[in-house]
Write a new protein. Structure first.
Lengths: 193, 390
């Protein structure tokens, strides 16, 4: 009886575990709104907290503090990029936004939601994403832990909704470590439907 | 008759000076810290200093630190002019944070946010805020709060209080401001005493007294405009400027001649010019449009006119807010900016984005072309070129 209770407890805990393995191979992400083909296995977060929403998904290699791969599966006008207790105060995606506006929106969201500092835009250029004419931007920033991070985001707007994949890692190591894998995943992205 | 600066600081010498080497066993109100004072490590005050020193060690590594040496020296000179004999005990840290905040910890660590420096319209207003914080320091208000809290709070609470007393709420999340403001809040009597000391230090150092009331009036105006947005900042939340406080500051200024001394507005504008664009950019990232419009209006009024840079950033507020009627307002401000020699190059880019959003293809093309001519190495040049290709 005692052993059964322990097994039941373990099963219960396992079913609540926020992390699961995903890939390699084609897989659906962000509520099925995107599909990508990772070359390696990733840790997928079930409930992604500060960066969330039903159509947003977070993967990581070494833990979300060190690196994050975030999938946005069609952010609608009026929705913020980040979730959190004060999300009503976060800047919102708007219809008619240009790539420059999206990059500004991302930076503003980082400051409002995560108190980011030392922001440094590195570049913004046109890019193909999921068969669409889109954009790619890179920027550096630090959070409250004062660790420098690099961000590389690629995306496009279709039917007024924002589809994007953002790769974030510590500048010292994690960003470069999985950059090639990010590029592979970004190149494989397809929008469902 | 108002006391001279020597008398004000003379008051600061009393109290603990005899006990300085041994540290003070208790801190009666009215006690003043002496220059070069250090508490005994084993005292309650020693514990508070140790907590502040740990915070300061972290602060030295912060990515928020503004490392511009001339600007640091300039603000430190202002603080030293006010603190006089205590100058050697004061260590200044400028923080790139868009929130209105400044604080002086009991161990002499003084932090000043760039969000404050965007809002003080002249050197006298900055001196008024620094003088007030030096007032809290001289009167050892943090120690009084620390001592009364030790008996009742948990270890975690005390740690949080330590950060609050260090005035470092803004180093944490903007979302935590309200909570930390509560920890940092001083009593009404302490605020009154800090006002009194700060006012006297400021006036004795030759700053125009009326600016002391003006900075709070400006903040109240901004706070009213931004009611639906988040708070103006930690210092505002922890130092609520009541009508009574304002009236007292105004009548003090009246009593000694409100227009004596100088606001040192030109010197302030000149020293801040290198950072101004960055601070405007930080302000815009907060997307607190109503508040920003009031602030930018105050800056234009204080300077007597709107320069090209200010016209551009005001236009940016309208372009980003994009409510009914905002596009013509944005365009008008961009055109006003471009009529002046000091318009930022990015004005052309913003005009292009505005035209693009309105479907004005030829207008967008002309503006983007001009932008690339003037900024051929801009980080977004590839994107702009793609817009030109259509």
């Amino acid at each position: 009886m005692h052993r059964l209770l322990i097994v039941a407890a373990i099963l219960l805990l396992a079913s609540c575990a926020p992390w699961s393995l995903v890939g390699p191979g084609r897989t659906q992400v962000a509520g099925g709104k995107l599909s990508v083909e990772p070359g390696i296995a990733w840790n997928k977060r079930a409930n992604i907290g500060a960066v969330g929403g039903s159509d947003v998904e977070l993967w990581t290699q070494h833990g979300p503090v060190l690196d994050q791969l975030v999938f946005y599966g069609g952010v609608a006008p009026g929705e913020p990029l980040f979730q959190g207790p004060k999300k009503d105060e976060y800047p919102k995606f708007q219809s008619g936004m240009s790539a420059i506006d999206v990059m500004d929106l991302y930076q503003s969201s980082l400051v409002k939601a995560l108190d980011a500092r030392a922001l440094k835009p590195h570049g913004l250029a046109p890019a193909r994403f999921a068969g669409l004419d889109g954009f790619q931007f890179r920027l550096g920033y630090a959070l409250k832990d004062d660790v420098d991070r690099e961000l590389n985001a690629i995306g496009a707007i279709r039917d007024g909704k924002l589809y994007m994949i953002a790769w974030i890692g510590t500048r010292l190591y994690h960003y470069q470590k999985s950059l090639a894998e990010f590029e592979r995943i970004a190149a494989s992205a397809q929008i469902a439907g | 008759m108002r006391p001279t600066r020597r008398e004000v600081l003379g008051g600061a010498l009393c109290g603990c000076s005899v006990l300085a080497l041994a540290g003070c066993a208790s801190t009666p109100p009215g006690d003043r810290v002496a220059p070069s004072y250090k508490p005994a490590r084993s005292s309650t005050e020693g514990d508070l200093w140790a907590a502040m020193e740990r915070t300061e060690a972290e602060l030295k590594r912060s990515r928020q630190l503004v490392r511009d040496k001339p600007l640091n020296a300039y603000v430190r000179d202002i603080a030293c002019r006010l603190a006089e004999k205590h100058c050697g005990d004061l260590r200044l840290y400028l923080l790139r944070a868009p929130v209105f905040n400044a604080a002086m910890a009991p161990n002499g660590m003084m932090t000043v946010n760039t969000g404050l420096m965007l809002r003080t319209q002249n050197e006298a207003q900055l001196a008024a805020v620094l003088g007030h914080e030096i007032g809290h320091y001289l009167a050892r208000h943090s120690l009084q709060r620390w001592e009364s809290a030790q008996a009742t709070m948990t270890a975690t609470g005390i740690l949080s209080l330590g950060l609050g007393l260090a005035g470092l709420g803004a180093v944490g999340s903007l979302a935590q401001i309200a909570g930390l403001a509560g920890l940092q809040a001083f009593s009404r009597e302490q605020e009154h005493e800090a006002d009194e000391i700060g006012f006297e230090l400021m006036a004795a150092a030759g700053y125009r007294p009326v600016e002391c009331a003006r900075i709070w009036e400006q903040l109240i105006e901004e706070e009213k405009a931004g009611k639906k947005e988040s708070s103006a900042g930690l210092l505002f939340a922890s130092h609520p400027p009541s009508d009574e406080r304002l009236a007292t500051l105004r009548s003090r200024a009246e009593a000694i001649g409100p227009m004596q001394g100088s606001p040192f507005a030109e010197r302030y504008a000149e020293r801040m010019s290198g950072m101004r664009a960055a601070l405007f950019e930080d302000e815009l990232r907060l997307r607190q449009f109503d508040r920003s419009l009031v602030l930018f209006g105050q800056i234009a009024k204080a300077h007597g006119s709107e320069d090209g840079e200010l016209a551009f950033w005001t236009g940016e507020v309208y372009r980003l807010r994009d409510e009914a009627g905002d596009r013509p307002r944005a365009r008008e401000h961009f055109m006003r900016a471009l009529a002046r020699a000091d318009a930022p190059v990015a004005t052309h880019r913003s005009l292009g984005l505005l035209a693009q959003r309105e479907g004005d293809r030829s207008g967008a093309t002309a503006a983007f072309r001009r932008y690339l001519e003037l900024a051929p190495d801009a980080p977004d040049r590839e994107m702009i070129r793609s817009y030109l290709r259509g």
